[in-house]
Design a protein around this ligand. Structure first.
Ligand code: AMP
Length: 119
C-alpha cells in the first residue's frame, strides 16, 4: 500500500482539511508555502496521466471547496501536479499541491532545455 493510501486508511496520521467519499485534502508535511495542501483521490491512481476524466470532473469542485474553506478563493493560489520522473513526482499516488498564503514566485527551471527543444 502506498503512503497516501495509508493516510486514506488512517494507518498514517494526517492533518485533514476537507474530505468526502472520493477525495481527501490534508496539509503537506514539508510545506513549500505558508499554506500547502495536498488533494488526493481516495482510490489509488498513480498520477494525472493515468487519471480517468470522470475522476477529474468530480475532483474539480472538491478542489474549489478546499480553496473556499481556506479563503484562498479570494486571495489566489497555485495548483500543481507533478507527473512522473521529469515532473519530480515522488509519491506515486495522484495529488495536487495547493499553494497559497503569500504571493508566490514562479520558478523557471529547465528553461534552457525548453528553449532548445521548442523554440
Ligand atoms: P511530489 O513530489 O509531487 O510527489 O510530492 C509529494 C509530497 O508529499 C511532498 O510535498 C511531501 O512533503 C509530501 N508528503 C510525503 N509524505 C507525507 C505525509 N505523510 N503527510 C503529508 N505530506 C507528505
Amino acid at each position: 500500500m502506498c503512503i497516501f493510501c495509508k493516510i486514506v486508511a488512517g494507518e498514517i496520521p494526517s492533518n485533514k482539511v476537507h474530505e468526502n467519499d472520493e477525495f481527501l485534502a490534508f496539509h503537506d508535511i514539508n510545506p513549500k508555502a505558508p499554506i500547502h495542501i495536498l488533494i488526493i483521490p481516495k482510490q489509488h491512481i498513480e498520477n494525472f496521466q493515468s487519471c480517468p476524466g470522470e475522476v477529474m470532473a468530480n475532483m474539480t469542485p472538491f478542489i474549489q471547496e478546499v480553496a473556499k474553506k481556506l479563503d484562498l478563493d479570494k486571495t489566489g493560489y497555485r495548483l500543481i501536479t507533478n507527473n512522473g520522473e521529469d515532473g519530480g513526482q515522488e509519491v506515486m499516488h495522484l495529488h495536487f499541491h495547493m499553494l497559497g498564503g503569500a504571493k508566490l514566485s514562479w520558478p523557471y527551471q529547465a528553461i534552457e532545455k525548453v528553449a532548445k527543444k521548442y523554440m
